[in-house]
Design a protein around this ligand. Sequence first.
Ligand SMILES: [Cu+2]
Length: 94
Amino acid sequence: MRNTPWGYMVVDIGYPDGVSDGGDDMTTTEYQVTGMTCGHCEMSVRREVGGIAGVDDVEVSASTGRLVVTSTTELDDASVLAAVDEAGYRAVRA
Ligand SMILES: [Cu+2]
């Protein structure tokens, strides 16, 4: 875990994100999470995964177990799996 998750965001502000013809380097990665049962579970996962440097958006569903992470950089699977583990659940790359 990095101490300053916002460091990446600050660097990114200089980027022209209006340009979307291939210049958008957002990465979406899907995972399957087991053990979530309700909205609180979703929230814990969202909070932990959202704290990873470079993560822009986290979509998670307790009913399907689907976790979709949008990030500004290619994510290290291990850090996402560790974050989910930290929240108290298990994830595998989908
Ligand atoms: Cu729950």
